[in-house]
Design a protein around this ligand. Structure first.
Ligand code: GLU
Length: 447
């Protein structure tokens, strides 16, 4: 059977780097195996799901280049969940419970105070028809729990290796709420079974769900997929990430931090694996290097400083065509390959190109602090046309004439031509500045 994976976010907030790492790993796994990648919105929590978050998820994945082959939305499938729930009720695997949240809290607190695990006591299974009729006549509505088999649940996890749970050590999960709405624990299994998902790759916060869901797959007659649970990313201080806080959201990295999609992908594909993190310019390279067996069980830390450093390394390699759109969006419509190649070694973010655009295309107040030397240099400026050899020819002549060399030769020229002490190589900048501007700046004029 061909490999099919899914990324199943709830549209209840912005995707953060931890969420999108799971999307990326699923996508790489699918591409590597020649399989399909499904985007599924787990949107049955109607109070918290919002269309703008769903749009944000699609925008983030599209920006990263993670195209999905199939799309599903759980809120389109209520009829199907009702059908499955009815069958589970008929077979006795779903049973009605009437405890209020307060009663359940009391039961839990009492078990915990006795040093016992807070497992649901299945009191509802001992209710008679008459008990249920009485409770319903009092206006109580049931929620429905799945009756787990009290037998071992085992699987071989692609990241964690052999995993073992005792059914008896787990609480029967609630699958249907009091208002009749199905919960994620059920809907996810129904979708994975109906959509023939072969591999469920998700965060390790779902390990205990998996134990329960394996039994639900069996009860609904679905093929049990292979599971892989990845350790969740933390921030640099080791704290968990929250999508409600928007901390390290993909949207803010893109829109506020100026991060390139391949910088984020290059980092997230390798973070927490045995591979070194290196800049990669295409997702195809990451697919070629991907192997889920390289994912380690240790908790990976996400440090925004690492991302910014990688962003810089990516920019230093990116060809002009890959950034032309971004440069135009910054208002640098006339930027061309020569400009880009001149300035990219000095950038950590594309937006910083604006500073160098101003140096080559707008008036600059020169730091002309050695007028006599600068006048001698200006007199030696070659005639145009200028190219990448002009700087060498010119400074060779200035050196011969003045006897200056090294920093004494180059720094006054740089300060006059750009107004700054540091920047891109002047060999590249000089032809962009042009003779007219260069001459004026060497004369101390703002030009
Ligand atoms: N909506 C769930 C989540 O975001 C999906 C978990 C899963 O992949 O099954 O955690």
């Amino acid at each position: 059977m061909s490999v099919a994976v899914r990324f199943a976010p709830s549209p209840t907030g912005l995707l953060h780097v931890g969420n999108v790492r799971l999307a990326l790993v699923n996508w790489l796994f699918a591409r590597k195996a020649g399989g399909t990648f499904l985007l599924r919105l787990d949107d049955t929590d109607e109070e918290r799901s919002k269309p703008e978050y769903a749009e944000g998820i699609e925008r983030d994945l599209t920006w990263l280049g993670l195209a999905w082959d199939r799309f599903a939305r759980e809120s389109d499938r209520y009829g199907r969940y009702d059908e499955v729930a009815a069958a589970l009720k008929a077979s006795g695997r779903l049973y009605p419970c009437y405890e209020t949240p307060e009663e359940l809290n009391l039961k839990r607190a009492s078990l915990v105070s006795q040093g016992r695990p807070p497992i649901y006591d299945r009191a509802a299974l001992r209710l008679t028809d008459a008990d249920r009729a009485r409770l319903e006549s009092e206006g109580r509505k049931p929620h429905w729990r799945f009756k787990l088999e009290h037998s071992p649940v085992e699987w071989t996890d692609l990241v964690r290796g052999p995993v073992h749970f005792e059914g008896a050590a787990l609480s029967d999960p609630v699958l249907i709420r009091e208002d009749g709405r199905p919960l994620y624990t059920l809907t996810s299994v129904v979708d994975d079974a109906d959509l023939s998902i072969t591999h469920v790759i998700r965060g390790e916060d779902h390990v205990a769900n998996t134990a329960v869901q394996i039994q639900i797959f069996e009860a609904v007659g679905g093929a049990v997929p292979v599971f892989a649970h990845l350790p969740l990313l933390t921030d640099a201080a080791g704290q968990g990430l929250s999508k409600r806080l928007g901390s390290l959201s993909v949207a803010s990295l893109r829109e506020e931090e100026g991060i390139e999609p391949m910088a984020l992908a290059s980092l997230l594909a390798k973070l927490g694996t045995s591979d070194a993190i290196e800049p990669r310019l295409t997702l195809d390279e990451l697919v070629a290097e991907f192997d889920i067996a390289k994912v380690s069980r240790a908790t990976p830390k996400f440090d925004p400083e690492d991302l910014l450093r990688l962003n810089a390394r990516i920019l230093h390699l990116l060809p002009f065509e890959r950034v032309a759109g971004e440069l135009a969006a910054l208002g640098l419509d006339d930027a061309d390959a020569a400009f880009w190649e001149a300035v990219r070694p000095n950038l950590s973010r594309v937006a910083e190109a604006r500073d160098w655009w101003a140096v080559t295309h707008a008036p600059v107040a020169p730091a002309a602090d050695d007028p006599a030397f600068l006048a001698e240099a200006a007199a030696l400026l070659p005639e145009e046309p200028w190219d990448l050899s002009t700087w060498g020819t010119w400074t060779g002549a200035v050196k011969a004439k003045t006897g200056r060399k090294g920093k004494d030769l180059f720094l006054p020229l740089r300060r006059a031509l750009t107004g700054r002490d540091h920047g891109p190589e002047l060999k590249n900048l000089l032809p962009l500045i042009g003779r007219t501007r260069a001459q004026k700046r060497l004369a101390g004029e703002t030009a």
